[in-house]
Design a protein around this ligand. Sequence first.
Ligand SMILES: *[C@@H]1O[C@H](CO)[C@@H](O)[C@H](O)[C@H]1NC(C)=O
Ligand SMILES: *[C@@H]1O[C@H](CO)[C@@H](O)[C@H](O)[C@H]1NC(C)=O
Ligand SMILES: *[C@@H]1O[C@H](CO)[C@@H](O)[C@H](O)[C@H]1NC(C)=O
Ligand SMILES: *[C@@H]1O[C@H](CO)[C@@H](O)[C@H](O)[C@H]1NC(C)=O
Ligand SMILES: *[C@@H]1O[C@H](CO)[C@@H](O)[C@H](O)[C@H]1NC(C)=O
Ligand SMILES: *[C@@H]1O[C@H](CO)[C@@H](O)[C@H](O)[C@H]1NC(C)=O
Ligand SMILES: *[C@@H]1O[C@H](CO)[C@@H](O)[C@H](O)[C@H]1NC(C)=O
Ligand SMILES: [Zn+2]
Length: 901
Amino acid sequence: MPLNKGVCLLAAVLFIVKGEGKVLPDIRLPKSIVPEHYFVGIVPDIHQNNNAIEGFVHLDFFVQTPTDRIVMHAVNLTLIEDSVSVNLLPSKTMEMMRENDVSKTSSSGLSEKLKMLKVLRPISYDADKEFAVIHLGSKLEENQRYRVSFNYSGMLARNLKGFYGSEYLDKKSETKRWLGVTQFEPTSARLAFPCLDEPAMKATFTISIGRRSNYTSLSNMPLVKTEPMSNKEGWFWDLYEKSVPMSTYLVACLVSEFAFLRIWARSEAIEQADRAVQVTSDMLEFLEQYFQVPFPLPKVDLVGLPDFSSGAMENWGLITYRETTLLVNPKSAAVRDEMNVERVIAHELAHQWFGNLVTMAWWNDLWLNEGFATYVQRLVLDNVSPKYQYGSLQALDFLSVMDADGLESSHAISVDVAHPTQITEIFDAISYTKGAAIIRMMNDFLGEATFREGVKNYLNEKKYQNARQDELWQFLSEQAHQDSVLPLSLDVKTIMDTWTLQMGFPLVTVQRNYTDGNAYIQQKRFLRGVKPAIVKENKSSSLTNFVEEKNSRLPNYRWWVPVSFTDSVAQNFSQSNTRPAIWLTPNELSATKFIGKNEDSWVIANILATGYYRVNYDERNWKLLGLQLKTDHQVIHPINRAYLIDDSFALAAAEILPYTTAFSLIEYLPEENHHVPWSSALRALNYIGRMFSYTKDHGRYKDFMRSLVVPVYTRLGTEFQSDDSPLTKLFRISMITQACSQEFRPCIRNAQLLFDEWMDSPDPIHTIKIIPDLRSSTYCTAIKYGGQLEWDFAWGMSFNMTSAQDRDVILSALGCSRDPWILIRYLSFVLDPKSGIRKQDGRRVISAVASNPGGRRIAFQFMLKHFEEMFSYFGNPVRVLQMLSSTTSSLNTQEELVKVR
Ligand SMILES: *[C@@H]1O[C@H](CO)[C@@H](O)[C@H](O)[C@H]1NC(C)=O
Ligand SMILES: *[C@@H]1O[C@H](CO)[C@@H](O)[C@H](O)[C@H]1NC(C)=O
Ligand SMILES: *[C@@H]1O[C@H](CO)[C@@H](O)[C@H](O)[C@H]1NC(C)=O
Ligand SMILES: *[C@@H]1O[C@H](CO)[C@@H](O)[C@H](O)[C@H]1NC(C)=O
Ligand SMILES: *[C@@H]1O[C@H](CO)[C@@H](O)[C@H](O)[C@H]1NC(C)=O
Ligand SMILES: *[C@@H]1O[C@H](CO)[C@@H](O)[C@H](O)[C@H]1NC(C)=O
Ligand SMILES: *[C@@H]1O[C@H](CO)[C@@H](O)[C@H](O)[C@H]1NC(C)=O
Ligand SMILES: [Zn+2]
């Protein structure tokens, strides 16, 4: 059966990638030498895909323990044996020599003055550890400084890592163009130049980039000067200023014919009116004020790239983006794209402090970088662009990460990683989103002022250095004690360790006694009851037994849980009321709080959902909450409405609460006019819909959904108003999408009408009347209810869209077809470089097909059949696995359904 085969394969592959069962080699660098300054020259030949890299490195380093080896990271790079030299540096003249270096592009003249060490040949390479090792004839002495110099050669990479080449079509001249750019995080600097490629090995960098005359280059720092290369006709050296101390993964270079956006920090007038430029400078200003630490570089360049593996990369002073995350056409951008651009810019700018200025000591604390940037992006947006109400949208992200974190297979935020594959793997929702959620929780239990002061001190004390999470806790504890926010006997580490070193999160149960007015409050770990399909299928198989056995051996996780309350009398959902009224602790699992005897008054815990946990109540309290929603839902804050709905469905799925309770809570939905609670409900209902999708009852599900959605659809209408807030727009889009996908005829007819009009228009490339926000749902509906004609038209148009967002929308909509052969043909384009599907879009195509109920199995079969090809084509196993899991995420057994019915 394909299902089982798939799940086994998935398990097997995860097993390999996680490296479980096999001992991974110790791939850390020896700590004997510490880099201080790199003088790097790189000459990437990108023109017409020539693909060669040449370069040189002068690395000044300090010796901590005597050694006769210099161990550096290098992948697919060859050191030119004859060029390697190692010299003792007289420490006093160090600074002077570095200054001299800036005006020179080779080591000529320097080496004669210095004591030279004997270098043993050959240089050795360790492919597993990704090392290049220079062996010396004598020992490097402790506390001395040396310089190692060499030339090297290599190849430009092709899979969007290291220094990679990329080609694109220039629309104006209709000619091919080439560019070369770096993506180093986490462990790919070693693909571009030999270096000590660990985040704690900070050093200063003087970068030189060699390029042909027709190209321009950029790096982290401003250009000092350009001079012709003496040995290469038509080539130039661009020499850049010396950087501040930073980690190798933040070094960046670009060679291209691009225009770029440059923001000179603290410059008075910004002439370009570009939205990204305006927003960036506003955000930089906000961040400087928020952290009370000035931005340390003289400029920031923002570059949008056609081929880029992640959304963006926070290279210090040279931030690289996917085109879609940087460039928006203000006239034709959908709200979500516009907001996404600002969100990503805010995130990358937050990293300039959190990550770049103070860096995690090792990748196990990656969450410190990513969680903080994700948390701070909300602060930035809520202050610079409050119209998006981004804070309440982020609350929905926290709900999604709870789904993943409620599984037994989750992982702790702070996790031991060694191998580059493991490091790549932890760039996930747990690090980013859960990280942000618990930082927000901390902000609220400490209070904004204490939190901010503690963070400011941390950044100032640790700048240009590395830090572990414990050091951040230390600064926050000191501030909390000084402000009397926490008792002296309790520190931040004690609290936060329960959130970062353990996976999962608690379920807080509030059990009221209506006779004496007390509530009995306790915690236990929340686990989603849903087990993988394969396990559920055979109750008597040994696999089931294994899982159940394992369950009973689960560690007894307990947390420090801050709990805030309000009730139907106070109705106090203000930010200031989110401070904890009580703490549940690992030792005191339960607490009692006097709530009041009123049998008709509800209580809500976790105001504004600032705590990262779920809440369950006694049956009567759930009834009172349902009643309140039906009579006047606006009494309860939208975020808490969203969480009540999500908690109740999650508890029902875990068999803790009857589904009838959850469904009675959403009876009021036809009256709900807020995007956030509705989104939360749709998440839960779509999950249930996926379970019904291959059953005879699917029609009943659609009837039910229409009964909720159509009244709102009708009330909101399909016309956008000029004074709509972004949230209202998002809400209308979501209702139209639902109405069409639940087969509400007027919605389908409307979409077909709009699409036909577009197809029939004389100049479809330049006149799309369908407003950007509605394109996604309109295209999808028209393609779903259309045939080859509609599909081929959209496919052709996907190549003629000037905006990258428009192209993405079409690529996703192309997966909506109901014709199997069309879907199969679409999938086949993923592995065909000539089809026009860019590598970075492969995942979009697969998940477009997989999220179509009729395409899910087709996508899954395709992944199984072409698994090995996918690995070699995409290069990044984690990305391929993400594609695979997008095809399996909704394979469910009938058994789960029984609970819902
Ligand atoms: C190194 O080069 C080989 C051969 O060209 C290639 O297969 C491999 O993917 C490269 N390694 C990396 C990490 O790019
Ligand atoms: C190393 O590279 C520099 C500049 O690129 C060049 O001048 C020098 O001759 C090279 N040295 C060797 C030994 O190849
Ligand atoms: C560089 O630009 C010039 C003038 O624009 C052009 O004639 C020449 O062919 C270009 N060379 C390359 C290598 O693109
Ligand atoms: C509620 O409190 C009263 C008074 O303390 C007690 O007698 C009763 O047993 C409690 N009920 C429950 C269900 O715990
Ligand atoms: C369930 O597993 C047991 C033990 O592996 C096996 O004997 C039995 O045939 C299986 N039942 C089904 C329905 O596959
Ligand atoms: C809400 O609670 C906070 C803190 O408990 C209090 O300062 C504030 O006055 C309350 N607001 C209202 C409207 O009761
Ligand atoms: C879009 O561009 C492609 C070539 O890139 C062309 O073949 C196609 O005909 C164009 N489609 C339309 C609708 O103009
Ligand atoms: Zn980030």
